[in-house]
Design a protein around this ligand. Structure first.
Ligand SMILES: Nc1ncnc2c1ncn2[C@@H]1O[C@H](COP(=O)(O)OP(=O)(O)O)[C@@H](O)[C@H]1O
Ligand SMILES: [Mg+2]
Length: 350
């Protein structure tokens, strides 16, 4: 049975019948009152079948709680419109990703409220995104493989050369030093790469980021002083929690600070500032070092991009990856000979 709705609402319903995207009229309880052809095609149900259920009934089980909470916001008038990405379950059982845009409409003097939902099928777009993400990963793996081969071959060639020399000329103490330092370089590259190879070991926990940064400042303080760099940390916040893998987060800030120290071979000051908005925390690391030329700025984060003799060019790639996996982002601004500002944005944990 098709539920009775008033004549004005019926006019709306007729107007949406031929819309090229999925459209529906629902009641405050989520009951479908009308659904157009496009929506029926997306969901696999006839209009009659939809009328006998609510949107909750066909929402993916993992999205029901969130969907209801969000819908309640417009039912109670706390929000006028709502835009969400969510999943429905198609009549044949497969999952459909959709973008729902819902708004509350009071159609006549009686004050009866209806909800108009525009529902766009995102399944194809999602598939394309996943494919892109996958090929991104593949090309990163390809770039890495080529880079690793190249980076490790150099120290290996040196080691082989010196072993050959030891064989023909006998052992000299500095040969050992060179061989050791080449081994150390291979170990350094492998250590950074191993972290990348173990994403499944990520352990997300609620951690105080202010405390974590203080720890990093203490840890890096003496190393910085050896290069005549003073690290200053200012924070108006006493505590602030983010959901993170503590070790990975430490690794990001150690790397950013190390880069800041490296950028100031004649010494100077590196400053860390932390600011929070309602949902996000911004951690800024500022140095007054050599800066980065604009054409090089684009290359930061690419595997093995380094301007340093002893650099691995892996630190920023790791940092970008880690922060991205934490739902955040990194932004770098730089002026040659004036310095660099690295901003790390992260979501705040509730
Ligand atoms: N604060 C900074 N100041 C100047 N250059 C920087 C800074 N941070 C990063 N860079 C540039 O980015 C490159 C890549 O950094 P990174 O990935 O950490 O590798 P590495 O430090 O081993 O070179 C550095 O070699 C340097 O050229
Ligand atoms: Mg580095």
């Amino acid at each position: 049975m098709i539920t009775e709705i008033n004549s004005d609402a019926l006019f709306f319903a007729t107007a949406l019948q031929h819309a090229p995207i999925g459209m529906a009229l629902t009641s405050p309880t989520g009951k479908w009152l009308r659904a157009n052809r496009s929506l029926c095609d997306i969901l696999g149900y006839s209009e009659e079948e939809l009328m006998n259920c609510t949107f909750q009934d066909i929402t993916h089980p993992d999205d029901i709680k969130k969907s209801l909470e969000e819908f309640q916001q417009i039912v109670e008038g706390k929000a006028c419109t709502l835009q969400v990405k969510k999943r429905y379950v198609h009549k044949d059982g497969h999952t459909i990703w959709v973008l729902v845009h819902a708004s509350r409409v009071v159609i006549d003097d009686s004050g009866a409220a209806y909800f108009i939902a525009q529902i766009q099928d995102l399944t194809e777009r999602k598939k394309a995104e996943e494919l892109l993400h996958h090929s991104d990963k593949l090309s990163l793996a390809g770039q890495l493989a080529a880079g690793i081969a190249h980076e490790i071959r150099n120290p290996l060639t040196a080691i082989r050369g010196f072993l050959q020399l030891m064989k023909t000329e006998g052992v000299k103490p500095n040969y050992f030093e060179i061989v050791f330092s080449e081994f150390q370089r291979i170990e350094l590259i492998l250590a950074e790469l191993l972290i990348l190879a173990k994403p499944h070991e990520t352990r997300m926990q609620r951690k105080d980021i202010v405390h974590l940064l203080r720890y990093i400042v203490t840890l890096m303080g003496s190393q910085a002083l050896m290069s005549n760099v003073l690290i200053r940390f200012t924070s108006d916040l006493r505590t602030l929690y983010v959901l993170c893998d503590e070790n990975q987060m430490k690794q990001v800030f150690i790397n950013i600070l190390k880069n800041a120290i490296d950028a100031m071979p004649d010494g100077g000051e590196a400053r860390i500032e932390i600011q929070a908005s309602e949902k996000e925390v911004q951690i800024v690391v500022i140095d007054h070092g050599c800066g980065i030329p604009p054409d090089k700025l684009m290359q930061i984060g690419q595997p093995f991009f380094t301007s340093k003799k002893q650099g691995t060019g892996l630190g920023m790639m790791m940092s970008f990856k880690i922060i991205e996996n934490h739902g955040g982002s990194i932004h770098i601004e730089s002026v040659v000979k004036q310095g660099t500002t690295v901003k790390v944005l992260l979501p705040i944990a509730c």
